[in-house]
Design a protein around this ligand. Structure first.
Ligand code: PBG
Length: 326
């Protein structure tokens, strides 16, 4: 008969804290920020309650709030005024993200700025690459994606995060950055990005829903797990420094799969729909928002993630400081 009684290690909070298997630090949290082209903008985002749009000249407010919560890494998304077929706002040296990066790095050199590299916020059709005959054409899109990444890095971005899901884009970006002397700038690849209903609020935030069709020819089919490993290994081969799994909550098996099958750092992205689910369920009185936020974030780290991009990053950081998680 076993002598083990698991409840002995749950006797009091100190013991529970000591035997905790998952430690979470605010150093591992990344806060997304949405930057709108224009000036003096500070506008609450209806579909992401608690978040605001900033313009490049007001973004310091968002950074100050992050710093107040001990968050030192942000992920920038741009919302341009104009969109066109070639997404030219995305690689314009004076585009909204480029301006915001310059502003942040000038004022807060110690903040790590990651930029989302994609075309969907900038193309009039809302797709993540160049469209020809109603199809997103992979190899035609690559130079554009690489150009976007280069323009972000030239503006001062510390890391680029391609989210377009074109094949070979990591390779194209790596080569372009290296050829321009930016061989030290890391790539956080959205290696495993599923075609997901949980991006709903984001597409409203970024006005980036595709005008025709969907993203299923480039984002992954959520029935697939082996394919996630294929994607991850390809991206490592192409030069990705960090692998991302997105979304997080419905894909924790994938996080674990990558942890077991690669040696790369893994970032999970708890996407807009995950945030919205917890927010709205708690507003209806069905969930305790704080407890649900803590539990779902801990689950991501327990699954094997090293980093978490979360719309709750600031609140999570405070929860860590209070000792409620981590
Ligand atoms: C751009 C991009 C999306 C998200 C991050 N980068 C939207 C999409 O692929 O449709 C979603 C983030 C979120 O839902 O929080 N390609």
């Amino acid at each position: 008969m076993s002598l083990i009684r698991p409840r002995r290690l749950r006797n009091d909070l100190n013991i529970r804290n000591m035997v905790r298997e998952t430690r979470i630090s605010s150093k591992s949290l990344i806060l997304p920020l949405f930057i709108k082209e224009g000036s003096s903008i500070k506008e609450p985002i209806a579909s992401l309650e608690g978040h605001s749009y900033y313009s490049p000249d007001t973004v310091q407010e968002g950074i100050e709030q992050a710093l107040a919560c001990n968050i030192k890494t942000v992920l920038l998304f741009g919302i341009p005024k104009e969109k066109d077929d070639l997404g030219s706002g995305a690689y314009n040296e004076n585009g909204v993200v480029q301006q915001a990066v310059r502003q942040i790095k000038a004022m807060y050199p110690s903040i790590t700025v990651i930029t989302d590299v994609c075309m969907c916020e900038y193309t009039s059709n809302g797709h993540c690459g160049i469209v020809e005959n109603d199809r997103v054409v992979n190899d035609v899109s690559l130079p554009y994606i690489a150009k976007i990444a280069l323009s972000h890095v030239k503006a001062g971005a510390d890391m680029v995060a391609p989210s377009d899901m074109m094949d070979k884009r990591v390779k194209a970006i790596r080569k372009t950055l290296d050829d321009n002397g930016f061989y030290e700038t890391p790539i956080m690849s959205y290696a495993v990005k599923y075609s997901s209903a949980f991006y709903g609020p984001f597409r409203d935030v970024a006005k980036s829903a595709p005008s025709f069709g969907d993203r299923k020819t480039y984002q992954m089919d959520y029935h697939n797990r082996r394919e996630a490993i294929v994607e991850a290994l390809l991206d490592i081969e192409e030069g990705a420094d960090i692998l991302m799994v997105k979304p997080a909550m419905s894909y924790l098996d994938i996080v674990r799969e990558l942890r077991d099958n690669t040696q790369s750092p893994i970032c999970a992205y708890s996407v807009s729909g995950e945030y919205a689910m917890i927010k709205s369920a708690s507003q209806k009185g069905c969930l305790d928002e704080y407890a649900a936020m803590c539990e779902s974030a801990a689950g991501v780290f327990r699954a094997g993630a090293d980093m978490l991009i979360s719309y709750y990053a600031k609140e999570l950081s405070k929860a860590i400081e209070k000792g409620d998680i981590g």
